[in-house]
Write a protein of this length. Structure first.
Length: 178
């Protein structure tokens, strides 16, 4: 099959991965699926995908950024889109530096991903927004990211953030994590 229509999906959430696989197959792609960096290495021995969709946080302890780096090293022409539920400027910058062509926050659908593949190059005409993130938003994003890193362990999250456990619990009570 033409490598231009061969897609690798690196996603550890089975339900979301199955949905993406079915959707891309209906659009004429041949889809390979990996859940970790070892799966990627194994699949690349016999395949040369032209596209990849990589989740930023993988359950196996692998980083999506390490996967992006490996895929870009394998084929610098591969179009790689990073998907994440934990979007941050820092990880977006690193993903692009490591070889991703785009970075999308979940929930993203097949249309969004295909549009990102089509916009492989940057767009200097994109509108600049005046909106800046508030301190509260940045704080909440950092709390949520650390919660996810610790498996939603409040005591460990509070320790890593350098705050008292009760203070963190009050903040979480005000803005529940879903």
């Amino acid at each position: 099959m033409d490598p231009e229509r061969l897609l690798l999906i690196v996603e550890d959430d089975d339900a979301f991965a199955r949905t993406l696989v079915r959707s891309f197959e209906r659009r004429g792609y041949r889809v390979l699926r990996a859940a970790c960096l070892d799966d990627i290495r194994r699949l690349l021995e016999a395949n040369r995908p032209g596209y990849a969709v990589v989740d930023l946080k993988l359950a196996a302890g692998d980083s999506g950024l390490a996967c992006v780096q490996h895929l870009h090293g394998f084929d610098a022409a591969m179009l790689i889109v990073v998907l994440t539920g934990y979007a941050s400027i820092a990880t977006a910058v690193e993903a692009i530096k490591l070889g991703a062509c785009h970075y999308l926050a979940k929930p993203a659908n097949t249309d969004d991903i295909e549009a990102a593949f089509a916009r492989g190059a940057g767009d200097a005409e994109v509108e600049l927004t005046e909106r800046t993130s508030s301190i509260k938003t940045l704080e909440w994003e950092r709390i949520h990211e650390t919660l996810a890193e610790t498996g939603f362990n409040i005591s460990e999250t509070a320790r890593r953030l350098g705050m008292h456990r009760r203070t963190l619990a009050r903040k979480l009570e005000k803005q529940r994590v879903k």
